[in-house]
Design a protein around this ligand. Structure first.
Ligand code: SF4
Ligand code: MG
Length: 332
């Protein structure tokens, strides 16, 4: 059984003149210990998806329909009290800014001990021992010293390590990390990604990493879902998607990567911008930016097909598969 199964999830934002679609028909699943990336430009709905999974969607956002199952148990109908048993303990979230989670007026150690003792009945001494052990697991230098420091005394990278250590205290089965390295410089970013990967492997934790950066995706995720304007438009194994992207939006994102350009070549940025919630185009929402768009694309959103590489929502792929099938059936 899959660990997490999201099916036909629709999230809306309440508005006086008709609610806006924030997530549409989002479906994916996550297995135990698997690392999945949700990638797309800002405004694609990635964070909204992350928040929806842990019931942290703030008003006016709400889950309109669809299902989120964890070990087969429906999460969308849990009460706030039931959520206390799931959020943090089973599914934890890490944010771009560690200071969202860290309390600036408490030492790292006090916060860790408090987190431990709010869930288990162990004495201060044992809790402290456990906290220092987790700090050394996240490869923090001088863990006993860090235990007594305040968050502002630590670097950004170290704070993110502390967050990972805190998250690990409760042994979650899934970590959702929303742009966890975006605020860090490139070297530290690589270290934190490597750490997250190692930690997930050591502890058997599944990871959903939310990012706008395919460089991050390629370093850490086994599977990738590409989001555009509130929908997943392509999903499959990361390596195959990077080597042979099927959806024109995925192709555009990859072409815009500095690593993909030859020396002296200009980067191929995708023309135009991600539409805002209130301006989602009809049909395939990517059509105003897509070099292959036709009338059909403007009229109706494509369904999903399996291309042989990934599951993708695009008429170009759908038509190509139909042609192959016709050729096949015409063969004597
Ligand atoms: Fe482009 Fe049409 Fe495919 Fe959308 S469905 S990505 S507009 S070709
Ligand atoms: Mg975001």
């Amino acid at each position: 059984m899959s660990l997490l199964t999201v099916n036909h999830l629709n999230v809306k934002f309440k508005q006086r003149h008709g609610d806006l679609d924030a997530l549409m028909d989002v479906s994916f699943s996550l297995s135990r210990g698997e690392r999945l990336a949700i990638v797309g430009e800002s405004g694609a709905g990635k964070s909204i998806l992350g928040y929806s999974l842990v019931n942290l969607l703030s008003k006016p956002g709400y889950i309109d329909s669809g299902s989120i199952k964890f070990h087969g148990r429906e999460l969308t109908s849990l009460s706030s009290k039931q959520w206390q048993e799931v959020r943090g303990k089973k599914i934890a979230m890490i944010f771009q800014d560690p200071m969202i989670t860290l309390n600036p007026v408490l030492t790292v150690g006090d916060q860790m001990v408090e987190a431990i003792r709010s869930h288990t009945r162990i004495g201060y001494g044992d809790a402290k021992k456990l906290a220092i052990e987790k700090l050394s697991h996240v490869r923090i230098s001088a863990p006993s010293q860090r235990f007594d420091q305040y968050p502002h005394e630590l670097s950004g990278g170290m704070r993110q390590r502390v967050i990972i250590a805190i998250v690990l205290l409760l042994n979650p089965e899934i970590i959702i990390a929303d742009e966890p390295t975006t605020a860090l410089d490139v070297t530290i970013q690589a270290e934190i990604l490597q750490l997250l990967k190692q930690i997930c492997e050591e502890y058997g934790v599944a990871l959903i990493i939310i990012t706008h950066d395919f460089g991050v995706v390629s370093r850490i995720a086994e599977r990738t879902a590409v989001m555009y304007a509130g929908r997943i438009v392509e999903q499959g194994p990361t390596l195959e998607i990077i080597n042979d992207p099927q959806h024109p939006y995925t192709q555009g994102l990859l072409n815009a990567l500095p690593q993909m350009a030859l020396p002296g070549q200009r980067l191929n940025q995708i023309q135009g911008n991600m539409p805002s919630l209130s301006e989602h185009p009809t049909g395939c929402a990517f059509h105003p930016r897509c070099p292959y768009a036709t009338e059909k694309c403007r009229a109706q959103a494509p369904g999903f097909v399996y291309s042989g590489v990934s599951t993708v929502a695009c008429y170009v792929i759908e038509d190509m598969l139909a042609e192959f099938e016709a050729l096949d059936s015409n063969e004597p």
